[in-house]
Design a protein around this ligand. Structure first.
Ligand code: C2E
Ligand code: MG
Ligand code: MG
Length: 414
C-alpha cells in the first residue's frame, strides 16, 4: 500500500513545511489531506464527523497543543489509524518521543527526520511490502453541543457528580471517591466530560460547573457521615478557575460554609495546569487552599514535561499517575519506567501516589508490589451515581470482594 487512496491529517505549525507535506501527499495521489497548525486543531479535525483519517503525519514542536500532548489525546481516544512523527529534533529525543507515543497505545508507523521525502513516507506506509496501515479510523466520537445548550443544562441542574472509589492497595479499603461530571441530557442520556468540559471552559461557565461539583461532593460527604462512614471526595479543577482571584474563598464558602472540614475535599489539578506558567493568582489560590486544609492532587502525572522542582513549588498532597502508564506497564518497558519514576517522585515529595485506570488483576498486583498507595479503575469499579455508590459500599461491608489473594476491598468505617 502506498500513499494513493489514503486520507491524511498533517499537523505542522510551520506554514512552508505544512504546504510542502500537503503538496507532496496530494501529488502522490492521497485521497484527502487535512492540514492543522497544532495538536488542538488536529484533534478538532479528527473529532469532526465522518472524517476518516488513515494516517496522521505529525510534527512534535508546535505551539498550543504540541505533538506529545496530541499523542496522549489520540491514545486515550483509542484512535485506530496510523501515525508518523516528522521532526527536526535530535535522534535521542526522537527515540524517546517514539517510545512515549507507543506507551500511549498509538499505532506509530515510524519517525522521519525533516525534511520529509516521498521515499521516507512510502517506506513507512508499507510500499515495500509491509501494509500495516489501519484504514479509515475515527476517534470514539465525542458528541457536539452548543454553548447555549450547555448553559441551559447548567440552569436546569442537569449536571451530576458520579463517584469512582479510590482504594488503598495495601489493605483494599475504600478511602475516598473522585467526583466526575456527567451531563444527564434529556435526549442524549448520560454525556461524558470529553463532550462538554472544553466547551464549558470556552463559554466562561467552568466556575458554575465547579460549584455544582463541589456542592454535590459536599452533600455526598455529609450523607456518608450520616451513615457512619467517612470519606474524602476529590473534585477536578480547571486551570481557568485557578486564575480567578476569589477562587480559594469561593471553594471555602461552598465547603466550610456547609460545615464540612476542608480536609474532606481534595482538589485535582492536571499536571499541565500545575506547571504551565502558573501566574501569581493561581499560585496564591493553591497555597491558600492548602493552608485552609484542602488536599491538592496532581492529576495525570506523566503527561506533561514538568521537573520535580516545578512540582515542589506547589504544596501537593497527592500525585495521580496517568492511566496510559498503568495500562501499558505490564507489557511496555517505557511505561513501566515512567510508572516507577512517578512512584519515586511521590516518595521524594513525601506524598501519596494514586494509579489511575487500573483495569486488570495483573496491573493491581504490579502496583501493589511497587508500593503504590492508592488505585482507581474499572477493575475495582466504574464511576457511579451517588445512590449506586452507597449501595456498592454497603455491599462491600456485607461481603468483601477479593481483588487479589490478600486484598479484600472493604468500606472504611470510623
Ligand atoms: P481524570 O480526572 O483523569 O479522571 C479519570 C478518567 O478516567 C475518568 O473519565 C474516569 O471515568 C476514567 N477511568 C477511570 N477508571 C478507568 C479505567 O479503568 N479505564 C478507563 N479506560 N478509564 C477509566 P471521565 O469521567 O470521562 O473524565 C475525563 C476527564 O474529564 C477527567 O480526567 C477530568 O480531567 C475531566 N473532568 C471530569 N469531571 C470534571 C469536572 O467536574 N471539572 C473539570 N474541570 N474537569 C472534569
Ligand atoms: Mg481527576
Ligand atoms: Mg487523571
Amino acid at each position: 500500500m502506498g500513499i494513493a487512496g489514503l486520507s491524511f491529517l498533517v499537523a505542522e505549525d510551520e506554514p512552508t513545511q505544512q504546504t510542502l507535506v500537503v503538496k507532496l501527499l496530494k501529488t502522490q495521489g492521497a485521497e484527502n489531506v487535512y492540514p492543522a497548525g497544532n495538536g488542538r486543531e488536529a484533534l478538532d479535525i479528527l473529532l469532526k464527523q465522518g472524517t476518516g483519517i488513515d494516517v496522521i503525519v505529525c510534527d512534535l514542536q508546535m505551539p498550543g497543543m504540541d505533538g506529545m500532548q496530541f499523542m496522549r489525546r489520540i491514545g486515550e481516544a483509542d484512535y485506530g489509524g496510523s501515525v508518523i512523527i516528522v521532526s527536526a529534533l535530535e535522534r535521542t529525543l526522537l527515540a524517546s518521543a517514539e517510545a512515549t507515543a507507543k506507551a500511549y497505545g498509538v499505532n506509530l508507523l515510524g519517525v522521519i527526520s525533516k525534511p520529509i521525502t516521498v521515499a521516507a513516507l512510502e517506506g513507512l506506509l508499507g510500499n515495500q511490502g509491509a501494509p500495516q496501515v489501519k484504514v479509515k479510523s475515527r476517534l470514539g466520537a465525542a458528541q457536539s453541543f452548543t454553548a447555549a445548550e450547555i448553559a441551559e443544562g447548567l440552569d436546569r441542574d442537569q449536571f451530576e457528580a458520579y463517584f469512582q472509589p479510590k482504594i488503598e492497595l495495601a489493605t483494599g479499603r475504600v478511602v475516598g471517591a473522585e467526583a466526575l461530571a456527567r451531563w444527564r441530557h434529556p435526549k442524549q442520556g448520560i454525556v461524558l466530560p470529553a463532550s462538554f468540559i472544553k466547551l464549558i471552559e470556552e463559554s466562561g461557565k467552568i466556575d458554575d460547573l465547579t460549584s455544582v461539583m463541589l456542592g454535590k461532593g459536599v452533600a455526598f460527604c455529609s450523607a456518608f457521615d450520616k451513615a457512619g462512614l467517612n470519606t474524602v471526595v476529590a473534585v477536578n479543577i480547571s486551570l481557568m478557575s485557578l486564575n480567578r482571584g476569589d477562587f480559594a474563598d469561593r471553594v471555602s464558602e461552598i465547603v466550610q460554609g456547609q460545615g464540612l472540614g476542608a480536609e474532606r475535599i481534595c482538589l485535582e489539578i492536571t499536571e499541565t495546569a500545575a506547571t504551565s506558567n502558573l501566574g501569581g493568582t493561581a499560585l496564591e489560590n493553591l497555597t491558600r487552599l492548602r493552608m485552609m486544609g484542602f488536599g491538592l492532587s496532581i492529576d495525570d502525572l506523566g503527561t506533561a514535561a514538568s521537573s520535580i522542582q516545578q512540582l515542589t513549588h506547589i504544596p501537593f498532597t497527592e500525585l495521580k499517575i496517568d492511566r496510559s502508564f498503568v495500562a501499558n506497564s505490564t507489557t511496555d518497558k517505557t511505561a513501566m519506567d515512567v510508572l516507577k519514576a512517578s512512584l519515586d517522585i511521590a516518595r521524594q515529595l513525601k506524598i501519596k501516589a494514586v494509579a489511575e485506570g487500573v483495569e486488570t488483576l495483573e496491573e493491581w498486583n504490579v502496583l501493589q508490589e511497587l508500593g503504590c498507595n492508592l488505585a482507581q479503575g474499572h477493575f475495582i469499579a466504574e464511576a457511579m451515581d451517588a445512590q449506586a455508590y452507597v449501595a456498592w459500599v454497603r455491599s462491600l461491608s456485607m461481603e468483601p470482594i477479593f481483588h487479589s489473594s490478600n486484598s479484600p476491598v472493604q468500606a472504611k468505617s470510623r
